[in-house]
Ligand binder design. Structure first.
Ligand code: HEM
Length: 322
């Protein structure tokens, strides 16, 4: 009887236990660990210790998705050992590992060397070929130096002349200071046709008459010209204009229309002993008076007494000229 009661109790407890286990399995509390292995809790998975863990892949938005994070690169190396030989991590990438992200910005194009290093340290997973040491794309052709003219030729033509001309300019500086009076506005006049300096030279060598240049009332020989006779020839009232230069008296009348400074300027010294030569030297001391007016020479300037001594009274001379 006692054994029967114990047997009934055991059977009852077994049924209760069986029913309890069945209810727990439906609630998911007793799921096999193989199924849990797919969850993120890998500590309980014994096989997971043998397999490498695959980290999450994080891509920076707005950048090329061909770049991957460093963690993903490490995982790829672990799974595919051949990738280790294709790329070696750089210190820069390790430092970026702390931030769990790799800079997606492309390397600056200004430093091709640095760009090449970064491209080798940041491999792209889908690619299995190694990073080429030689650029795949041809670099733009270098400036065709041979097609350009040699810089030395142009510089040779440009440089030396400017330097060589510098001393010339410097050497002309004293000349400019010497010609300072000519810096004034030009007072030259427009000469009438046939009255150029060349025409004057031709006229002095081929006068129309022997007395044309010296004056029609002047004797063929040189005369003594007293001051009174000089003043008489003022170039006014139909009289010739005489001028004095270094004690010699010249007839300025035939040269009037050939004078580059004009008739009025030349008339300023006509019939005067000193003003003509003074003005001449003030304006153009470089002009050779003697050579230009040599054929116009009348005589020499003398005092009134000298004419009387020589027997040629001023009265007679003036009368002959009048
Ligand atoms: C009273 C006497 C004279 C006066 C006031 C006078 C005045 C002048 C003046 C104002 C000029 C223009 C200068 C210029 O602006 O470039 C000139 C030019 C000239 N004069 Fe006279 N002159 C006189 C006598 C003479 C005489 C006697 C001769 C010839 C022997 C002469 C030959 C010339 C020549 C060749 C020039 C041109 C100079 C040049 O191209 O640089 N002048 N003169």
């Amino acid at each position: 009887m006692v054994f029967f009661g114990v047997g009934v109790l055991v059977v009852t407890l077994s049924l209760i236990l069986y029913k309890y286990k069945t209810t727990s399995a439906w609630a998911g509390k007793d799921i096999p660990q193989e199924i849990h292995q797919t969850s993120q809790c890998g500590e309980e998975d014994t096989d997971a210790k043998e397999r490498p863990s695959i980290p999450n892949i994080t891509l920076n938005e707005g950048h090329d998705k061909s770049y991957v994070s460093v963690k993903e690169q490490d995982a790829f190396k672990t799974i595919n050992p051949s990738a280790k030989s294709q790329s070696k991590p750089a210190p820069q990438s390790q430092a970026a590992d702390n931030s769990e992200r790799v800079s997606m910005l492309p390397p600056p194009a200004s430093n091709p060397k640095q760009k090449h290093e970064e491209s080798s340290t940041a491999p792209i997973l889908p690619r299995s070929r190694p990073t080429p040491k030689v650029p795949i794309f041809k670099s733009p052709a270098k400036p065709s130096t041979p097609l350009r003219p040699p810089p030395s030729a142009a510089s040779t033509l440009r440089g030396p002349p400017s330097r060589s001309l510098a001393p010339t300019t410097t050497s002309l500086a004293p000349t400019t200071s010497t010609l300072a009076p000519s810096s004034r506005p030009s007072k030259k006049v427009i000469l009438e046709p046939g009255h150029s300096p060349l025409d004057w030279a031709h006229l002095t060598h081929n006068p129309p008459t022997p007395t044309f240049l010296r004056g029609k009332d002047v004797p063929p020989q040189l005369i003594r010209v007293p001051p009174s006779l000089l003043r008489y020839h003022s170039g006014r009232k139909g009289k010739d204009a005489w001028g004095v230069y270094q004690g010699r008296v010249y007839n300025l009348t035939p040269y009037m229309k050939f004078h580059p400074g004009g008739v009025d300027q030349l008339m300023r010294g006509a019939g005067k002993e000193r003003d003509g030569e003074r003005l001449f030297n003030e304006i153009h001391p470089w002009v050779n008076w003697e050579n230009m007016l040599g054929e116009c020479l009348v005589g020499i300037l003398v005092s009134e007494n000298e004419v009387h001594v020589s027997g040629e009274t001023p009265k007679n001379t003036m009368e002959e000229m009048d």
